[in-house]
Design a protein around this ligand. Structure first.
Ligand SMILES: Nc1ncnc2c1ncn2[C@@H]1O[C@H](COP(=O)(O)OP(=O)(O)OP(=O)(O)O)[C@@H](O)[C@H]1O
Length: 881
């Protein structure tokens, strides 16, 4: 009996599982304060304050320095005469516009420092200030620091050299010292030459002047023209001449066996024989940094060179290196000759040429660019988030703490009482135990028992109800044995429960630093560990719980977690809410995060018929995504998006960045009751297949009965969450095991994931919090519309049948243009380009046939396109009106 003591923990030790007395000191060790400092440092307001500080510092120094230029003589006397303390704290009168501090600071910068070069510090403070205020790297700090350091050394030395004899400290102490040393080392003239060499070298490096010798009689080399017409705002693409070759020729280097050797002299004849390497640029040159122009993917058939359309935007071309925005993609499709590195011989010499057909979306015009094969250089990766580049992630201050920072301390008398009762109850049944320890969680306390040798675990399990009765507490759950341990767990609800706030979970380091695809903060385990999982790995989630037990809060928790981690370009929700009110808050984020059917007004789907359409549209999207994955030779969305962002997939072939899609169904039972198989089948199909293409499902239901959660559904939802349910049977239906009926409600849950069953307290997020997060996002600039799912036309739907020309599809014209501009009568092309379902694309094709734009169906082959030019098409369309 003496063994059966609750473990006592020393206050300074860590709180392990099995501590009887919760140690407030240990529990207080929350990450919260650290998180706050981090938050403060990351907070954009802190950055703005810093920005203002640095800008004012720049202005301050500038005024003080400039004033010093005029007042230094009088002020210097006083600075030398008085001690620093007297000068700064006394009432000495100085002439500097910024008073004693201004005079003192300027004197130190000029006299003891770097002389007139001190103005570079103003510049430094200015760039730091601007970067902080604007919130992005307008000026490159490191590059500027290098220039400034160089400037400080060079200017101070030069000034000391030129005006060293005068009274004014032009070069400061640094310049004087450097000048003195150099003059001693290489003499005065040497110093002058050295400074001249450094100065001129820098200027040449910076401005790259062209030193031209009077031209010899040389036949002009054949210019190679590069012209890009209309699609891109009339401009010319200059394709760079291979870097090493042009200077090599200029310097009289000769090519031999692929190597460049200096030749003794290049005769005039030899020079005439040289292949033309010059590139004539026409009109305004389109400044494309090499990173964007030179790109030769390995595919020899069709080659895609991504060009940054954002670079056409003058605002963005401030500085080549500063451009961070690859912007909407402009792809240039190159014909295979482009990648043929061997020069093609022409009659009058060697000419390296390739053809580039630039295409901007659907507008196509013939364009020729002839230039030498450019060396392969890496391209800037495509960043999908730049469409909404100013998007700000919601901040944690939108959420409440719900007093969750309070340390979870359970009454020691309650713990002691429960322990004694457990021991007594077991003793009544002749079960002796070796050891008992307690872990206090937010809602329940886990008593871990090590039974005495020889005690059968099943006996304890069978006494579950008796122990519960004797502890007179609801929600006792016995875990016999605790998996992975040789102990038996008895979970007893706490008299005083603590709320687990979502804010705390989202602020945790685990969530903040998570690199999961779809991180969801679900709740806290009994040992207070945060439970954060990756929905993408689950890969779908089934949630059940009787009414009022925390399902809606649970769904909000999941959605809000994702909103805190994902950019609108990376994630879309399809929200199905037959109850009509639960998810309506998310309407505000329609243009950022929601997906809907084309032509639908409401993105949140409440009508059963529309649910069926949406689910089928998701299946079409899934199929289309699989086609894309297949074409790209990738196995899953991760690989596909990686390839796309590396600009190795051509958007003109229908490739696009694929956001994750999360389908949330708030009341599944309702849907199954009204639509049965029509809903079950697409859901089962999605659950079976959609994970690889980034479509994940969260399905919630109040009624976890077998006719709702059918075998097909269950088999495809390995991750399940059960809130309190009304019966053991329900618990078995959802979790395959009892236990959920004994939960205590209010977010107390069991999660079955990865073959483990974990009891969690679900994180709590209240409706006003969700509202403020949704408002925060909704108030920002979004996309013009919600993300559009492919069109689904129900064959059984009488509205969708037999459309004649008179009631043509609204997309008829667009479809005609796609077909005529590409000269391909292919239904799948329409599907891909216009994101249409097969049925609608097929119907459009029939209508195009009826309008004599395409020929009849030719089985597996594409239809013949009967209209050859856009103007011909326009005529037909006008006649049809
Ligand atoms: N994680 C939680 N922490 C604390 N309290 C909670 C938690 N989850 C739910 N509750 C409490 O339980 C109440 C009911 O929760 P919720 O609305 O999510 O239930 P529900 O299962 O969705 O019910 P219904 O199916 O009727 O919509 C909440 O108003 C809240 O007071």
């Amino acid at each position: 009996m003496s063994k059966n003591k609750l473990k006592n923990e020393k206050p300074e030790s860590k709180q392990p599982k099995g501590t009887t007395t919760p140690n407030p000191d240990v529990l207080k060790k929350d990450k919260e304060p650290e998180v706050k400092v981090k938050e403060l440092v990351k907070d954009e307001r802190t950055h703005k304050v810093m920005g203002v500080f640095f800008l004012l510092l720049a202005v301050y120094c500038f005024i003080a320095f400039t004033s010093y230029l005029f007042t230094w003589e009088d002020d210097q006397d006083k600075i030398f005469h008085y001690s620093t303390r007297e000068l700064l704290l006394g009432d000495v009168k100085v002439d500097n516009l910024l008073g004693r501090l201004g005079a003192y600071v300027s004197h130190n910068f000029f006299f003891y420092g770097v002389g007139i070069a001190a103005y570079l510090f103003c510049y430094f403070f200015f760039i730091i200030g601007v970067n902080f205020i604007v919130g992005r790297r307008v000026f490159r700090v490191w590059r500027n620091v290098k220039y400034i350091l160089f400037g400080l050394l060079f200017i101070s030395t030069t000034m000391a050299f030129i005006a060293g004899g005068g009274n004014f400290p032009w070069g400061g102490a640094l310049g004087d010292a450097l000048n003195k040393w150099t003059s001693g080392f290489v003499g005065k003239t040497g110093t002058a030459l050295l400074l001249l060499v450094i100065g001129l070298s820098w200027l040449i490096w910076k401005f790259n002047w062209d030193f031209k010798w009077p031209e010899k009689k040389v036949k002009p080399p054949k210019p190679v023209q590069a012209v890009v017409p209309a699609p891109v705002p009339a401009a010319t693409v200059a394709v760079p001449v291979p870097a090493k070759e042009e200077p090599a020729r200029k310097n009289g280097l000769k090519e031999e066996g692929g190597m460049l050797h200096p030749s003794a002299a290049v005769t005039e004849e030899e020079e005439n024989d040289l292949p033309p390497m010059q590139l004539v640029e026409k009109e305004e040159e389109l400044s494309i940094p090499p990173a964007h122009t030179a790109y030769i993917p390995p595919d020899p058939v069709a080659v895609v060179t991504p060009v940054n359309a954002a670079l056409l935007d003058e605002e963005l071309v401030e500085e080549e290196e500063e451009v961070e925005d690859p912007g909407p993609l402009l792809y240039i499709e190159e014909t295979p000759e482009k990648i043929d590195p061997t020069p093609r011989k022409k009659d009058n010499g060697t000419e390296v040429a390739f053809e580039i057909k630039p295409t901007f979306r659907d507008e196509e015009e013939d364009v020729e660019i002839v230039a030498p094969a450019a060396p392969v250089e890496p391209v800037d990766p495509f960043d999908p988030s730049l469409d909404l580049r100013d998007y700000k992630f919601p901040t944690l201050d939108l959420l409440e703490n719900h007093n969750a920072d309070k340390v979870i301390v359970q009454d020691t008398t309650e713990l002691e009482k429960n322990k004694n009762q457990i021991i007594d109850t077991l003793k009544n049944y002749d079960i002796s135990i070796q050891k008992i320890s307690a872990t206090v969680g937010p809602t329940v306390t886990l008593y871990e028992i090590v039974p005495a040798a020889g005690v059968r675990i099943s006996r304890i399990k069978n006494l579950e109800d008796d122990i519960a009765l004797s502890l007179s507490a609801l929600g006792i759950r016995i875990i016999a044995p605790i998996p992975g341990k040789g102990t038996i767990g008895i979970e007893v609800p706490n008299v005083k429960k603590s709320i687990v706030s979502l804010k705390n979970l989202l602020a945790s380091e685990k969530f903040q630093t998570s690199t999961m695809d779809l991180p969801i903060a679900i709740g806290k385990k009994i040992d207070n560990e945060n439970f954060i999982a990756d929905l993408a790995k689950m890969p779908h989630l089934l949630m059940a719980g009787a009414t009022g037990q925390g399902k809606s809060v649970g769904i909000n928790t999941l959605l809000v977690s994702l909103l805190y981690k994902k950019h609108p370009s990376q994630l879309k929700f399809v929200l199905v809410d037959p109850k009509k009110v639960e998810l309506s808050l998310y309407k505000l984020i329609e243009k950022h995060f929601l997906a809907k059917l084309p032509g639908e007004e409401d993105a949140i789907i409440t009508d059963t018929k529309k649910v069926i359409h949406t689910l089928n549209a998701l299946c079409i999207e899934m199929d289309l995504r699989y086609d894309l994955l297949k074409e790209a030779g990738t196995r899953n969305i991760r690989e596909y998006n990686a390839k796309f962002t590396q600009r190795r997939l051509n958007p003109l072939k229908g490739h696009r960045y694929l956001p994750f899609i999360v389908l949330v169904v708030d009341e599944f039972a309702d849907l199954i009751m009204t639509a049965g198989k029509e809903v079950e089948m697409p859901i089962a199909r999605l659950a079976q297949l959609a994970r690889a293409v980034g479509i994940h499902l969260i399905i919630a239901t109040q009624r976890p009965s077998v006719n709702i959660i059918t075998g097909t559904i269950k088999a495809n939802f390995p991750a399940r969450i059960a809130f309190k349910v009304s019966s053991k049977i329900d618990s078995r239906t959802i979790l395959d095991i009892g236990g959920a009926e004994q939960l205590i409600g209010q977010g107390d849950m069991l999660v079955s994931f990865n073959g483990e069953l974990v009891r969690l307290q679900c994180a709590f997020v209240d409706t006003p919090e969700v509202e403020s997060v949704a408002e925060f996002i909704g108030n920002q600039k979004g996309y013009p519309d919600a993300f559009l799912l492919p069109e689904y036309v129900d064959d059984k739907d009488p509205d969708g049948k037999e459309l004649s020309i008179a009631d043509r599809d609204p997309l008829f014209e667009e479809a005609a243009q796609v077909i005529v501009s590409t000269q391909q009568g292919s239904t799948s092309l329409l599907q891909r380009r216009m994101k249409l379902g097969y049925n609608r694309a097929g119907r459009l094709m029939d209508q195009l046939e009826a309008a004599s734009i395409v020929g009849p169906n030719m089985g597996s082959k594409a239809r013949e396109v009967l209209v050859k030019t856009e103007s011909e098409l326009q005529e037909i369309l006008n006649n049809l009106l």
